[in-house]
Ligand binder design. Structure first.
Ligand code: TPP
Ligand code: MG
Length: 953
């Protein structure tokens, strides 16, 4: 069987797998119109019919073949020449790979030299309208079957497909000036010599070098250059460990000595907190782009080891930067995400992030994704790491084109990258560049890869580095001389050596020099808060009234709302007349008052617009006009800050990460994420553990994100009851055993020192104050709020304007203020509690007539623990037994957190008895009756004044 050897390369064996372009064209036609495609003039078997048309009719007969006949399947993507990038060596039977297959289309060998008419939808002809079949095959082959493999046939938009075809099919598109080639070579020199330098100086240090994918540096630089040329001024990058130091050095241009300092084991950071390993730190840099001569700000977002976790964070930060600049189309700010092949395919958050890409309140108008596809994940082969052909298949769900490229062909790489940047700028959609490369060393520099991939690594050891290959090519073609090349290397080596020398003089390290999101003007020049006072959070009554009136109205004319909603709004109006608020109104007033003060508020999460419990109704829907909505919160004052409230996709990990990133961009915003039920936050646990709880300690980065976590035991079963307060409290960093020094600014300094604030408010007013305090504080801390469900409508859970007007403020503890407080020495028991159980306790106390004997005090701010106020309360009731009462099971809730702190503040002189549900595995019962029985049981104990008699502690 003779083969169609049209190219001299080893591609020849698979020559003329050329149907991809037609295939794409046909696919596009088909999916665009429901009827048959426009008829072609010739008959299927007619001797004069064009080859293109034959292909077309063939496709019509067998549309299934469309999925098989793709050029990228046979492109030479692996620099090692071992693997098929799509994990499969399968060649579709209807591809013309050999001469005998010509017959499949009624063609013979002699037809190869016949001229054929080119359809208008192909660009391979350039200015020519006819070509010989041999030339057609050659051109298609060189476009689709060499070092670039294109996947875009699934995109159901003709214009977009045509755009891509034109970019790749047009003859001569991939030609570079000698200046461009020299720049590319110089960038490769930097990339390669940087790793070599680190390897020489710190041979036994982990650095997750880029060797085998050095081309990533010119790749990223090309994307940035091209984007800058098209107007981008701010690029936000997220990337994992591999090549990160190189990116910092050669893309972001972090000072080399600062990078080298990080290798010095003796240098400790001067900043507070744990710090982080060098390949996790972030960076922010404003500079001039040398190619375009324009200003550009580059930031690399700090990230944890948890692969891909940073993706939504980068997107959120990008969205926020676009928002603050009024860059609705993403023409000024863009994101680039770098991925590893195994992580891209394996981590679900990648999928969650892709699904945000086209949602109005979450889109960043297109992200350029770059995959470092070294065909291995730690020690795991791709065949064991994914079930999809390519590691990039996840991107297909959003119709992102995917450009696979052999990373040992630097010119192909930078061409693809420049098209990717143009694509993003043209269509504002995501695009993926898959750099098919290898990993020259083990997973890290200490690892032995031959244990597990012996044959692959034998080949890798034989592999000539890309820099040498490319330099040889340019020297051979006369673009550079050997001497120039060597000088370029020597020049960069000298830069590294000099920086190394300077790094040895450094006496001190500052993690704050690695900040990815500086907040100009927010802190003083030393990076400290401008004051250390807790602001007043109450507001004038007329502002409360005004917000309340808007919250009870429909600001748009001729807007018909649901009658049930009219009732709710009337109820609001009545409350405002009575100077009272419920939960929803308190939230309205907190948001509205901040908007008045120029603070942007953004509330995101599943079904937040209405509110899971149908209490919020921040978006009104016209009952007669489809999609006509009104957000009264944006009709408060003409010069107010904008309010965004958005129902999110059904994701916690992705969306919470996004909001965290959004909150990172500016301190002058209140950014809230609400879980549908608090229970579901654990699918975002990685964002909570790796970013929210620890972000400041690792990266000296403040963040004021607010988590609203509906919580409460209400007989709704194990998965709709608990936001797991115990977990947040266990991660709180205030010391349970250290007896505090009560300085004048204890309240605020405690907040400043903590890693996050955990509250459970029992009144709407306190919820209002804590939201306002969050933004008015002179620093930022994450705020975790356990929010109520039944209390949203509880007749007792209302607050008066008096508790919210100027002069009022957040109460960390709400002391007993009833009969017991009038004669405290008579009180036999002081019950401390938090949240909704307070109302159960008050009801039970009243029914047992124990108002004078039992005091009930509420802990509203649980962490940092209000030692000062708890001390005061306990001392006020010297003869009372102290009880902690919670509705959660004993091994959950707050008890394990509060108990040692009570012991500390009571100097272990008085016990704090536990009353609540017994320890359990599940957070709540699924049986309503069991729920009520256990509630009654612990309430009985709470008011059984003999319950602890004779017990020792
Ligand atoms: C979520 C998560 N799981 C596991 C790991 C441990 N881990 C670190 S690197 C790595 C392999 C990553 O492979 P790939 O994404 O292909 O990147 P490469 O190291 O090959 O560049 C693994 C499993 C991790 N860092 N994060
Ligand atoms: Mg890999």
């Amino acid at each position: 069987m003779s083969q169609l050897r049209l190219l001299p390369s080893r591609l020849g064996a698979q020559a003329s797998r050329l149907l991809a372009p037609h295939d794409i064209q046909m696919f596009s036609r088909r999916s665009r119109s429901s009827g048959p495609p426009a008829p072609f003039p010739s008959s299927k078997r007619g001797g004069s019919s064009s080859y293109m048309e034959e292909m077309y009719f063939a496709w019509l007969e067998n549309p299934q073949s469309v999925h098989k006949i793709r050029g990228h399947h046979v492109a030479q993507l692996d620099p090692l020449g071992i693997l098929d990038a799509d994990l499969d060596s399968f060649v579709p039977s209807d591809l013309i790979t050999t001469i005998d297959k010509l017959a499949f289309y009624d063609l013979r060998e002699a037809d190869l030299d016949k001229e054929f008419q080119l359809p208008t939808t192909t660009f391979i002809g350039g200015s020519e309208h006819t070509l010989s079949l041999r030339e057609i095959i050659r051109r298609l082959e060189s476009t689709y079957c060499q070092h670039i493999g294109l996947e875009f046939m699934f995109i159901n938009d003709v214009e977009q497909c045509q755009w891509i075809r034109q970019k790749f099919e047009t003859p001569g598109v991939m030609q570079f000036s000698s200046e461009e080639k020299r720049t590319l070579l110089a960038r490769l020199v930097r990339s390669m010599r940087f790793e070599d330098f680190l390897a020489r100086k710190w041979s036994s240090e982990k650095r997750f070098g880029l060797e085998g994918c050095e081309v990533m540096i010119p790749a990223l630089k090309t994307i940035i250059d091209k984007s800058s040329e098209m107007g981008i001024e701010n690029v936000i990058l997220g990337m994992p460990h591999r090549g990160r130091l190189n990116v910092l050095a050669n893309v972001i241009r972090k000072d080399l000595e600062q990078i080298f300092c990080q290798f010095d084991p003796k240098l400790e950071a001067a900043d507070e907190g744990s710090g982080d390993v060098k390949y996790h730190l972030g960076m922010y840099h404003e500079r001039i782009n040398r190619v375009t001569n324009r200003n550009i700000t580059l930031s690399l977002v700090a990230n944890p080891s948890h692969l891909e976790a940073v993706d939504p964070v980068v997107q959120g930060k990008t969205k926020a930067e676009q928002f603050y600049r009024g860059d609705a189309q993403g023409k000024k700010v863009m994101s680039i995400l770098v991925h590893g092949d195994a992580a891209f395919a394996g981590q679900g958050v990648v999928y969650e992030t892709f699904h945000l890409s086209d949602l109005p309140s979450y889109t960043t108008n297109g992200t350029v994704h770059v995959v470092v596809n070294n065909q291995i994940g730690f020690t795991t082969d791709p065949r064991m790491a994914r079930s999809s052909p390519y590691p990039t298949d996840v991107a297909r769900v959003v119709n992102a084109p995917i450009f696979h490229v052999n990373a040992d062909d630097p010119e192909a790489v930078i061409y693809v990258c420049s098209v990717a940047a143009e694509w993003r700028n043209t269509f504002n959609k995501d695009v993926v560049v898959d750099l098919v490369c290898y990993r020259r060393r083990g997973h890290n520099e200490m690892d032995e890869p031959m244990f597990t991939q012996p044959l692959m690594y034998k080949q890798i050891h034989r592999q000539v580095p890309v820099l040498k290959k490319y330099a040889d090519k340019l020297i051979a073609e006369g673009t550079v001389t050997l001497q120039e090349f060597e000088e370029e290397i020597a020049k960069y080596d000298r830069i590294c050596e000099e920086a190394y020398g300077r790094s040895k003089d450094k006496k001190i390290l500052h993690i704050k020099h690695w900040l990815d999101s500086p907040w100009p003007g927010f802190f003083n020049v030393d990076g400290e808060p401008k004051s250390m006072t807790c602001p007043a959070t109450g507001i004038p009554e007329d502002v409360l009234t005004h917000i309340g009136e808007v919250a009870s109205s429909v600001p748009l004319k001729d807007f018909k709302i649901h009658t049930g909603l009219s009732r709710i709004l009337r109820g609001r109006a009545d409350m405002i007349k009575n100077r009272t608020v419920d939960w929803a109104l308190a939230e309205y007033m907190a948001f509205g008052s901040l908007l008045k003060e120029g603070i942007h508020v953004r509330l995101s999460g599943q079904d937040v617009e209405r509110g899971t419990f149908s209490h919020r109704h921040h978006v009104l829907h016209d009952q007669e006009v489809d999609r006509r909505t009104c957000v009264p919160m944006n009709h408060l004052w003409p010069d107010q800050a904008p309010y965004t409230v958005c129902n999110s996709s059904l994701s916690e990990y992705g969306v919470l990460g996004f909001e965290l990133g959004y909150a990172m961009a500016s301190p002058n915003a209140l950014v809230l994420w609400e879980a549908q039920f608090g229970d579901f936050h654990n699918t975002a646990q990685c964002i909570i553990d790796q970013f929210i709880s620890t972000g400041q300690a690792k990266w000296v980065r403040h963040n004021g994100i607010v988590l609203l976590l509906p919580h409460g035991m209400e007989g709704m079963g194990p998965e709709h009851s608990s936001a797991r307060p115990e977990r947040f409290l266990q991660m709180s960093n205030d010391d349970s055993d250290a007896y505090p020094v009560f300085t004048e600014d204890f309240e605020v300094s405690q907040l400043y020192d903590c890693n996050w604030i955990v509250v459970n408010c029992s009144t709407p007013a306190n919820y209002f104050h804590v939201l306002r305090r969050q933004v008015l504080l002179p620093f930022r801390k994450p705020l975790i709020i356990f929010t109520p469900k039944s209390l949203l409508r509880h007749p007792e859970a209302k607050s008066s304007f008096d508790q919210m007007v100027s002069g009022a403020s957040f109460q960390r503890v709400i002391p007993e203020d009833g009969a017991a407080a009038q004669a405290p020495e008579q009180v036999r028991r002081l019950i401390f509690c938090t949240g909704k159980v307070y109302y159960d306790l008050v009801k039970e106390r009243s029914s047992q007539g124990l108002e004078e004997q039992v005091a009930i005090t509420r802990l509203e701010q649980i962490s940092p623990f209000p030692f000062d106020l708890i001390k005061q309360e306990a001392e006020k009731y010297p003869g009372a037994e102290l009880v902690w009462c919670q509705e959660e099971h004993k091994n959950m809730g707050y008890y394990d957190y509060i108990s040692p702190r009570f012991m500390t503040i009571l100097s272990r002189a008085r016990p704090i008895w536990y009353v609540g549900r017994d320890p359990a595995a599940a957070p709540a019962t699924g049986n309503r009756n069991t729920h009520l029985v256990s509630l009654k049981k612990f309430l009985d104990t709470a008011f059984n004044l003999q319950a602890f008699e004779g017990k020792t502690f």
